[in-house]
Design a protein around this ligand. Structure first.
Ligand SMILES: NC(=O)C1=CN([C@@H]2O[C@H](COP(=O)(O)OP(=O)(O)OC[C@H]3O[C@@H](n4cnc5c(N)ncnc54)[C@H](O)[C@@H]3O)[C@@H](O)[C@H]2O)C=CC1
Ligand SMILES: CC(C)CCC[C@@H](C)[C@H]1CC[C@H]2C3=C(CC[C@]12C)[C@@]1(C)CCC(=O)C[C@@H]1CC3
Length: 345
């Protein structure tokens, strides 16, 4: 029988490594002495120790070139949730992830770490300190979440000790930090257009916002602790800041830090949700004629007006996870990193 040569444990690939989370992950991996291959549809930066492979993860042949001699693959590519494009989510998150698994098998990759999402259990109603054993959402709030569920199931089911291929899923929630193209820019855009005067609901709902470096730390711990005899095989792990915060306090701290006023006036949750649903339906019907992108989508309103925070006790127990940057420090670093989004800039 031919002996399979084991690729170096310090050679890994980051699929989606040009993105917000992916780039932070790549930078940390390089600091830790890994040789990194980035596979992405775009190249957004250059870094010593990193080789870029531009391609679509649905293309197995392109992937195989990037995965040569790689022992660990981090899969953190996805279309943006805001794209709301069902066919695209299906193609990239489901068909594409199937292709990633096949390519890993063919390239002799030993570990696959998937970036899933804590939202896989979120149905638009309160979630308080949920553990990972909560069932997947039966009615996911959008196509993005629907395909993240199927993606996670597929990756965890692919775990096979016999075939020397181990998998684990990380479920972050509300990632934020320097270079994030979503949370802070969307918030500032809404504030600049005078849309951040209102608090949806009573403003007491607790939410997890997780600093990007903590999410990166969770991914690297998972990869390094994933072994045949470890409890991590085929498991999902919440990775949070472990400091649930009032959604509107968090938004206010970012806004005030950047020189904008904090939202003050309360609006009933059901009223705003109803309006958002109506606007979403109108945008959907008019899609062939005109592209409308409402700020307050039903998904964002649900996220802004309900409790959704998660226990990371399993990650603490199985991989020794602890957040490395506390929330206060994380908010300060984030605010400082967006000088161009300050009021008046
Ligand atoms: N941002 C957040 O709050 C959260 C994000 N996540 C997950 O974390 C992961 C990373 O998210 P972000 O860094 O925020 O997103 P991002 O949009 O900044 O990065 C995603 C990257 O994937 C790449 N990509 C997309 N389609 C591709 C394809 N077909 N082939 C190759 N590359 C492709 C993009 O070019 C981009 O560089 C995603 O899987 C997302 O579902 C999970 C929970 C929360
Ligand atoms: C206009 C305001 C009411 C809201 C502005 C902030 C929002 C853009 C963000 C607040 C919570 C965020 C969040 C995500 C994206 C950005 C927010 C909606 C995710 C949907 C990103 C992908 C995930 O997997 C789950 C995240 C939950 C929280």
């Amino acid at each position: 029988m031919a002996t399979r040569i084991r690729p170096s444990n310090k050679r890994c690939a980051v699929i989606g490594g040009s993105g917000f989370l992916g780039r932070h992950l790549v930078e940390r991996l390089v600091d830790r002495g890994y040789a990194v291959a980035v596979f992405d549809i775009r190249q957004s930066y250059e870094l010593p120790g990193v080789t870029f492979y531009q391609g679509d993860l649905c293309d197995k042949h392109a992937l195989l070139v990037a995965l040569k001699d790689v022992s660990i693959v981090f899969h953190c590519a996805s279309p943006a949730p805001a794209s709301d494009d069902r066919a695209l989510f299906q193609r990239v998150n489901i068909d594409g992830t199937r292709t990633v698994i096949q390519a890993c098998h063919e390239a002799g990759v030993q570990k696959l770490v998937l970036t899933s999402s804590a939202s896989v259990v979120f149905e638009g109603t309160d979630i308080k300190n949920a553990k990972e054993d909560l069932p997947y959402a039966k009615r996911p709030i959008d196509y993005y979440t629907e395909t993240k569920i199927q993606q996670e199931k597929m990756v965890l089911e692919a775990c096979s000790k016999e075939n020397d291929f181990l998998t684990v899923a990380i479920r972050p929630h509300g990632i934020f930090g320097p270079r994030d193209p979503q949370l802070v820019p969307i918030l500032v855009d809404a504030a600049r257009r005078g849309k951040m005067k209102f608090i949806i609901g009573d403003g007491c709902n607790l939410v997890d916002f997780t600093y990007v470096e903590n999410v990166v730390h969770g991914h690297i711990l998972a990869a390094e602790r994933l072994k045949t005899d470890s409890p991590l095989c085929a498991q999902a792990y919440h990775i949070t800041n472990d400091e649930p915060v009032r959604f509107w306090d968090f938004m206010s701290q970012i806004l005030v830090g950047l020189g904008y006023s904090a939202p003050r006036y309360h609006l009933p949750y059901m009223l705003v949700y109803g309006i958002a649903l109506l606007l979403w339906l109108m945008a959907f019907i008019m899609r062939p004629l005109v592209q409308i992108k409402p700020t307050f989508t039903p998904m964002r309103v649900a996220l802004a007006g309900t409790h959704h925070y998660y226990s990371c006790a399993r990650a603490k127990q199985d991989m020794g996870y602890q957040p490395v940057v506390p929330l206060k420090e994380a908010i300060a670093r984030t605010v400082e990193s967006y000088p161009h989004l300050r009021k008046g800039a």
